[in-house]
Design a protein around this ligand. Structure first.
Ligand code: PLP
Length: 468
C-alpha cells in the first residue's frame, strides 16, 4: 500500500471532487500528492509536476516555503484560534494594519471571511446595508460584467456570468444587471486595448445612468477575468468606472481575489488605474496559498454608516466561525514579509518578460488566436479557425488534451476550456518557464492536430477552472 493507485482507489471510494465530473476518473487518473517543494508537487511514486497554475491561483512563494512554515509553527505554539467577536489577537491586528498600509489610500477598515466567495458575499451585503442605513433601501441591485466570475455561493454566482454554471442554478439567483465586458480579445482588428476598453465603457455609462437609483454597487474583476478564460482589459476602464460610480452614487467593488498580490504586475490591480474602490476583496494569495482566508477592505465612510447605538440595529451582524483565524493571519504576515524583503514585484518583471519571450512563437500557431499577458498571467487561446477566431466546441475538450500531455511531461497545466495559461508561483525560474512553454507548445500541437468528433451544440462555453 501507499502507491498512487492505492490512494486513488481509496479516494474514489469516498470523495467527491470540486469542479469535476467524477465519471471522468474512470479513465483519467487522479494524482495523489505526497509532498510539495517550491514549484514542484511530488506523487507517491516520485514523479514531479511543475505547478504552473499555482494550485488554482493561490500559491505565490512555492509549496513548503520555509519562512511561511516557520511563522505558522510559531503561531501554533501560541494560539490556534479564538473567536473574533469580543476577542482579538496580535496576528489579526498586525495583518489589518499592514493591509491598510499597502492598499490604496482610503481603505482603512478590514473585515474577514474564510474564503473568496464568502468575501464577495460580505462586500455585496455591506454595500446594500450601507444604502439601507442611508435610508435608500431601493439600492439593492448589482451591476456586473459579462463573462465575470466571483465565486460559488449563491449571491456570488448571481454576480457571475460563466454560462454553464450560472445557467444550472438560474432559479436561485439574484436579479443582476449585466454589462458587456471590455474583454480585449473581442476588440476589432487594429484597435488598441486602451481604445477598446474606452469604447466598451459607453455601455457601462449608459447602464449607470439608467439604473443608478436602484443599484448598490458595480462589481468587477480588475484587469483579468480569470475563470472566464483569462480575458484581459486596459486599466483605463477602471479609471472611468471609478469616476462614473462617484458621479452616479454607486459603490465600486474590486474583486482582487485572483489578481491581488502582484499577479497583474503591481501589488494590486487598482494601482494601475490610480483608483481606490469602495470595497477591495482579497483572498487566494493572501495567505501565500496556505490557508483559506479572505479580507474585505472598505472606507471609513462605509464604516461610519454602521457605527451607532446598538438599538438602532445598524450594525453589520455577519460572522464566520473562523473569522480572522490566527494561523491564516500568520501565513499572511509571512507572505507580506516575503513581498517586502525579496523585492518581489520588481523581480517579477524579468519573469514576466521571460513568459512573453518563451511563448512568443505561439502567436504564429495556426490554431492559436491570441497570446495575451498581464504581468504574471499569460494565456494562449486555442481556436478552431484562426482568422475568424471561431472557438472549438467545448465538448471537444481540447484543453483536456493539453492537461493530459502536460502531466506526462511533469507539468500541471489546467486549461480553462480552450485557454491554456500560465499563472506560476513567483519562485519559478526562467529555465522552468522555458520548460513550461515547451510543454504547452507540444500540448497545443497535439490538441489541435486532428478533428475531434462530438455531436455539439456550441452554445455554452465552460471555462471556470475546468479543462473541459
Ligand atoms: C477564486 C475566485 C473567487 C472565489 O474564491 P473561493 O475562495 O474559491 O471561494 C472569487 N472571485 C474570483 C475573481 C476568483 O478568482
Amino acid at each position: 500500500m501507499g502507491l498512487n493507485a492505492d490512494w486513488m482507489q481509496r479516494d474514489l471510494n469516498v470523495l467527491w471532487h470540486p469542479c469535476t465530473q467524477m465519471k471522468d476518473h474512470e479513465t483519467l487518473p487522479l494524482i495523489p500528492i505526497k509532498r510539495g517543494e517550491g514549484v514542484w508537487l511530488e506523487d507517491f511514486e516520485g514523479k514531479r509536476y511543475l505547478d504552473a497554475v499555482s494550485s488554482w491561483w493561490v500559491n505565490v512563494f512555492g509549496h513548503g516555503n520555509p519562512r511561511i512554515n516557520q511563522r505558522i509553527r510559531d503561531q501554533l505554539d501560541q494560539l490556534e484560534h479564538v473567536m473574533l467577536a469580543g476577542f482579538t489577537h496580535p496576528p489579526v491586528i498586525e495583518l489589518s494594519e499592514r493591509l491598510v498600509q499597502i492598499t490604496p489610500p482610503g481603505l482603512d477598515r478590514v473585515f474577514y471571511a474564510d474564503n473568496g466567495s464568502s468575501g464577495i458575499e460580505v462586500a455585496l451585503k455591506m454595500s446594500h446595508h450601507y444604502w439601507l442605513n442611508q435610508d435608500q433601501p431601493q439600492k439593492k441591485r448589482f451591476i456586473t460584467l459579462t463573462n465575470s466570475y466571483h465565486g460559488e455561493t449563491v449571491a456570488a454566482m448571481s454576480v457571475g456570468d460563466v454560462a454553464l454554471f450560472t445557467a444550472t442554478y438560474k432559479a436561485l439567483l439574484l436579479d443582476t444587471i449585466k454589462v458587456p465586458s471590455p474583454d480585449c480579445y473581442l476588440r476589432p482588428e487594429g484597435m488598441s486595448w486602451e481604445e477598446h476598453s474606452r469604447t466598451m465603457f459607453a455601455a457601462m455609462e449608459q447602464t449607470l445612468a439608467e439604473h443608478a437609483h436602484e443599484v448598490a454597487a458595480v462589481i468587477v474583476e480588475p484587469l483579468i477575468q480569470g475563470a472566464g478564460g483569462m480575458r484581459m482589459y486596459h486599466p483605463v476602464y477602471l479609471t472611468l468606472l471609478r469616476e462614473a460610480c462617484n458621479r452616479h452614487g454607486v459603490h465600486l467593488i474590486h474583486d482582487e481575489i485572483a489578481v491581488g498580490f502582484g499577479r497583474t504586475g503591481t501589488m494590486f490591480a487598482c494601482e494601475q488605474a490610480g483608483i481606490t474602490p469602495d470595497f477591495l476583496v482579497l483572498s487566494k494569495a493572501l495567505t501565500g496559498g496556505y490557508l483559506p482566508m479572505a479580507a474585505v477592505l472598505t472606507t471609513n465612510e462605509v464604516y461610519q454608516a454602521f457605527y451607532d447605538d446598538y438599538a438602532t440595529l445598524r450594525a453589520f451582524l455577519h460572522s464566520h466561525s473562523y473569522t480572522g483565524n490566527p494561523l491564516a493571519c500568520a501565513a499572511a504576515l509571512a507572505t507580506l514579509d516575503i513581498f517586502e524583503q525579496d523585492n518581489v514585484i520588481e523581480n517579477n518583471k524579468a519573469l514576466a518578460a521571460r513568459m512573453a519571450s518563451a511563448t512568443a512563437h505561439l502567436a504564429d500557431h495556426p490554431h492559436v488566436a491570441e497570446v495575451r499577458q498581464t504581468g504574471m498571467a499569460l494565456a494562449i487561446e486555442m481556436v478552431q479557425d484562426k482568422p475568424s477566431k471561431t472557438p472549438y466546441a467545448w465538448q471537444e475538450r481540447r484543453g483536456l488534451a493539453v492537461y493530459q500531455h502536460a502531466l506526462t511531461r511533469g507539468a500541471l497545466l489546467r486549461p480553462l476550456g480552450s485557454v491554456v495559461y500560465f499563472l506560476p508561483p513567483y519562485v519559478i525560474t526562467p529555465e522552468q518557464i522555458d520548460f513550461l512553454a515547451e510543454v504547452a507548445s507540444e500540448g497545443i500541437d497535439l490538441a489541435t492536430r486532428s478533428a475531434v468528433s462530438v455531436s455539439v451544440s456550441a452554445d455554452l462555453y465552460p471555462n471556470h477552472r475546468d479543462p473541459g
